[in-house]
Design a protein around this ligand. Sequence first.
Ligand code: SF4
Length: 374
Amino acid sequence: MECMTEITLNVGAGQTEKRVLLDLSLEELTEVVTGLGQPAYRARQIWEWVYKHYAVSFDEMANLPKTLREKLAAEWVISPLESAIRILSQDGDTQKVLFRLADGQTIETVLMLYDKRRTLCISSQAGCAMGCTFCATAQGGLARNLTSGEIVAQVLYFARYLAKADAEPPMDVERPTAVTNVVLMGMGEPMHNYRNVWTALRLLTDADAFGLGARHITLSTVGLIPMIDRMADEGLQIALAVSLHAPNDELRSSLVPLNSRYPVADLLAAVRRYIDKTHRRVTFEYALMAGINDSPALAEELAEKLSPLLCHVNVIPLNPIPDSPFQPTSDADTLRFVEILRAGGVPATVRLRRGIEINAGCGQLRQAAQRMAA
Ligand code: SF4
């Protein structure tokens, strides 16, 4: 089959050492603006240009004096991201961008279109320290945490893309449109970069900033228990997803090394505390891998452990990684697994696998780009 995937390469000169406006709170921006001898309301104007109109340059800010725009442009950039590679899937409804950061690190963001939803899968770290054995991101280890600005910038980038009817590349959707859902399931473990992730989440949900409803955001973790407890106290209705992938310690520890520190029983107890406190349903992610974690016996064990919890299981057909021993479960075995869960009283659905030919799985594009560069 001929591959119609579109690839756009941007060989940029790299970013300058300028400071990043998206790393600022409104209060900090106000200090910057008043420090330049301008009235405080100018900060609010800039804020609106960035968060409501998705401006990427100070030149766009038509209601600011030219001298202020020039002063700001001399020392600041709005976004710390530069798109390096953009790939559009064959069916035109999944798009992935590999962003280059100021220090040369790269991260991935994926835009997926499902019916009326425009879901963004964003990264929280450059690389990841969790070492999950089936994951492409894990293979390079953790480079560093993303700043809150680098997290927010991924959303604003695609918000601008979706809002502009003529933005390239075209996707098969009605326009104009907006980002409707955000999932923190890209590169990195969001709970391992807790402070910056939550600063970003507050900006994304603040009605005066990006203003996305908290219920439309999902944070996915492999199970850093103290941070699950902390999230329960945050008072924002961000959805919690836990990547479980196995119902018992022996198997889970072989897939998710963090399990040796936070075993399944303790993790499920933390999820129960979270549900008791927030009254919110939790999603468990379960990536099915042929011959590894997809047997009927494991489905029964999983159903038995999860049925007392207010939860839902998202069964994910694995994105295959080249040269990996982990391969996706067949459709028939996937269906059988889901049916056993349902029969055991656990709501379960199969998540559509999107953008498989564009390396849309976590860390796969970055890894492919590194291979190409090697
Ligand atoms: S699956 Fe998620 S937590 Fe595990 S190594 Fe990959 S990015 Fe990190």
